[in-house]
Write a protein that binds this ligand. Sequence first.
Ligand SMILES: C[S@@+](CC[C@H](N)C(=O)[O-])C[C@H]1O[C@@H](n2cnc3c(N)ncnc32)[C@H](O)[C@@H]1O
Length: 395
Amino acid sequence: MATELESALDSAAKLALDSKTLVRIVLSGRRRNMSVPFERIDIRPVLIKDEITYQVTQTDGRITTAKNISPKKFNPRQYLEMGYANILVEHTSGALSIRITKKGEAQVHEEKGAREQNLEHDRKKVRLLDSADPFLIEVGISDANGKVKPTRADKYLQVEEFLRLLVPTLNSAIAAKQIAKPTTSKPLVIADLGCGNAYLTFAVHQYLKSMNIPVHVIGIDIRPESLKRNTEIAKKLGISKSIEFKAEAIDQTSLTSCDIAIALHACDTATDDAIAWAVNGGAKLLLVAPCCQHDLQTQMSQIPEPWNILTKHGLIKERLGDLMTDSLRAQILKLKGYRTEIIEFIGGEHTPRNIMIRAVLTNAKPTSDDLATYKKMLSDWQIDPALASRLNILE
Ligand SMILES: C[S@@+](CC[C@H](N)C(=O)[O-])C[C@H]1O[C@@H](n2cnc3c(N)ncnc32)[C@H](O)[C@@H]1O
């Protein structure tokens, strides 16, 4: 281990062991060639029966589990060396963040500034969006009293969880210089493709603005009534300068590029249009939660042995088609130089369409194996994914 990384981890461990001043530890992202057991781990001191204990909360994107470890048994190095690329240790007088690069080097950043320690044991999940925020009332997620409408509760949570993934991904991409730090003269350009009623579009705009991140957000939807409704809401909120809408088909949009492309449940192959448009425009980051994939379902007629064990059951065949569609989308993104993951962005009880494709443009060259396995899958199954026909992947 490089000396700098070793000494950074030592400093982090020292801060972690001081339970009187530790605020929290957040571990996220995966180091190159390492696998991690959870999407993210949060550790914080909590007071249980008059004793400070370490509460370890582990989330795999869908299920969150928590356990409490006594200070005597708590070994911070065990967590710090688990394979996470981003380590944040907040303490009452500042924060230490370590980003471990692909080469295994440590990028260390120290910040001064008081932070409050909260030792409450069963702290409620902090909401990112205040349900009484005027934008939530205007878009119709909350009622006039600022309470989330029961019929919109799932959408509210989907949007929140989307933001929960977007923000750390954006911060890591800025830290890794994959995205230039946005400025007032060069704001971050975010396109929401298939924005519909623009719940997510407005949420991203308002939330990033509240974090002082300069943004310009564009919502695109084929329906002219979406344009009309969303433009009026933007005017009412007084934010028309930094959010705009277009009534256009994604594959024919007049917008040529963006930094970040997002799409939440753009129907069927509109998701492929969104990915293709973003890749062709050189988007640095894509967060796409697909829905209703019918493209491969109809093509799955030549089933290679022994897969017919699965495909003879209609229900399983349909799910397999969905999984194959998203897996091939991820593989195509990898072939186009994106580091790609597929994660669950919200629990299945809030939407069955809870898969997210998250891709960061690293321009890493795919291996010949990446292309060979992709081609073999297409030839074995006699399929031609919609995304492949929209992108030139063999160049
Ligand atoms: C299921 S809705 C999701 C809307 C929104 N993203 C949300 O999560 O609430 C899908 C939206 O995609 C739009 N859409 C479908 N195909 C499109 C295309 N090719 N170009 C632009 N918009 C499209 C539809 O008009 C619809 O508003």
